[in-house]
Design a protein around this ligand. Structure first.
Ligand code: FAD
Length: 414
């Protein structure tokens, strides 16, 4: 009887919360464990887009040509701590291995397939938690400064279209008509008309969490140090020396998932792509929808509270100290795009959980079929949270899956 089965979900970011709600929907007793306020980690500070058009991975065949300028330019959305990179060469080599055209094509296929199911996972949770008011569907615009930039993005944009993300093409006049708050510096653009966004990802997580509690979910405000599989049960060792024994465990601790012992994650090449946002209070009217200046590596997103400029990638590990260079870069680039005050009202650093092939890990741990893994959603965790939760609930419930998840297997790095 599944009603008597208990599942512990480790990590209450958007992915863990979505797993918890889906498991409750299937009739399981769910326990969420996280020492921090649910949703307050990386899930709180993202660019808010449901990026179902996001099938093009960061891995790219032209990385070999672009790497020198990306690494050494002062005006690049990518920063790398060279000492960290040198001590993490195996991860970087795996990343470069996945930049070969044949691998990129396969990754794109796999991402495209799961992205097409985003709303199948998301919509039931929005309904369940009564969160529709935290969503807006006004599309998402990509902008290009020059015709040449636009042309070089054409191949990837066509691939997005082939994966179901229709867009309309824009010229300078269209961009100004749709987004009069942007300075007229962009020559071309595209608009994914059906894209939606959340107006506040932290509020969305809080709604999910309240819905979880209302459905008799239990919350444990502690860190999990270790899991110990024992036959049909799993014991969780908490940081207060207490333990819990449950039927299944879902590891959804984002970029920190590898730090939990006994989960079979030790051999997985999980690392973090650090990302930043700056926010300008009450300036949300500058844009009508999320705008991606892709070449500059960020989104400008209207939120309930203000205008959020979110993006950049920094390879520098888990050090919580912000790198002022990334924050200054975002402020400088945002200033090229909008008239803004000299200082933002908020600066934030988050830790994207990233495997070197840009695909998440969704599946059973090699340690035990009672331990499930759900992390590594890189730039797409908000978008893929719902479908990940749905798939995890199907695995726990031993029912047919909504999607072939072979590409996301934890065993793929063996
Ligand atoms: C700048 C930026 C912009 C982004 N924009 C977008 C976007 O527009 N669209 C999109 O889809 N995605 C976006 N992303 C990616 C997205 O935010 C992440 O993929 C997503 O938040 C990851 O969610 P998570 O639940 O896996 O991890 P997290 O939100 O990091 O949650 C993990 C939780 O696990 C807890 N935890 C850690 N260790 C333990 C432990 N031992 N025991 C118990 N709990 C533990 C932590 O406290 C935390 O609460 C963006 C990311 C960044 C940085």
């Amino acid at each position: 009887m599944k009603k008597n089965k208990t599942v512990a979900i480790v990590g209450a970011g958007i992915v863990g919360l979505s797993c918890a709600l889906w498991l409750q929907k299937k009739g399981f007793t769910a326990i969420l464990i996280d020492p921090e306020q649910p949703g307050s980690g990386t899930s709180s500070g993202n660019a808010c887009t449901i990026a179902d058009y996001g099938c093009i991975p960061v891995n790219s065949p032209d990385i070999f040509r672009r790497l020198p300028s990306l690494l050494f330019s002062n005006d690049s959305p990518l920063t790398v701590n060279h000492r960290y990179a040198l001590t993490h060469l195996p991860w970087l080599l795996k990343f470069l291995f996945n930049c070969r055209p044949s691998r990129v094509a396969k990754i794109t296929e796999s991402l495209g397939a799961i992205l097409q199911k985003s709303y199948q996972g998301l919509n039931p949770l929005l309904e369940l938690s009564d969160s529709q008011h935290l969503m807006s569907q006004r599309g998402c615009m990509y902008v290009y400064k020059t015709q040449a930039e636009y042309e070089s993005a054409r191949v990837n944009n066509e691939i997005r279209r082939q994966h179901g993300s229709e867009y309309i093409e824009l010229d300078r006049t269209d961009i100004q008509r749709l987004e009069p708050g942007i300075k007229p510096i962009f020559e071309r653009g595209i608009l994914f008309e059906s894209t939606s966004q959340t107006l506040n990802p932290q509020s969305l997580c809080t709604r999910y969490f309240n819905s979880f509690l209302k459905n008799k979910g239990q919350y444990v405000s502690h860190r999990v140090n270790e899991t110990i599989a024992d036959g049909d049960m799993v014991k969780l060792q908490l940081d207060n020396a207490q333990s819990l024994v449950v039927n299944h465990v879902v590891i959804a601790a984002g970029a920190f998932s590898k730090q939990i012992k006994g989960t079979g994650t030790g051999q997985l090449p999980l690392d973090t792509e650090r990302g930043y946002h700056i926010q300008y209070s009450n300036l949300q009217a500058k844009v009508n929808r999320p705008i991606s200046w892709n070449q500059a590596g960020f989104y400008a997103t209207p939120m309930n509270e203000g205008l959020r400029i979110a993006g950049t990638v920094e390879i520098a590990g888990y050090n919580p100290k912000k790198n002022q260079q990334n924050l200054d870069y975002l402020a400088r680039k945002a200033g090229e795009m909008f008239d803004l005050p000299s200082q933002p009202d908020q600066e934030w650093l988050g830790f994207r959980p990233t495997l070197p092939d840009a695909l998440p890990v969704i599946g059973h741990s090699s340690e035990s079929k009672h331990i499930l893994l759900a992390f590594g959603h890189q730039h797409l965790g908000l978008t893929l949270s719902g479908i990940t939760g749905k798939l995890i609930s199907e695995l726990v419930n031993s029912e047919p899956l909504s999607l072939d998840i072979a590409a996301f297997s934890p065993d793929r790095f063996h």
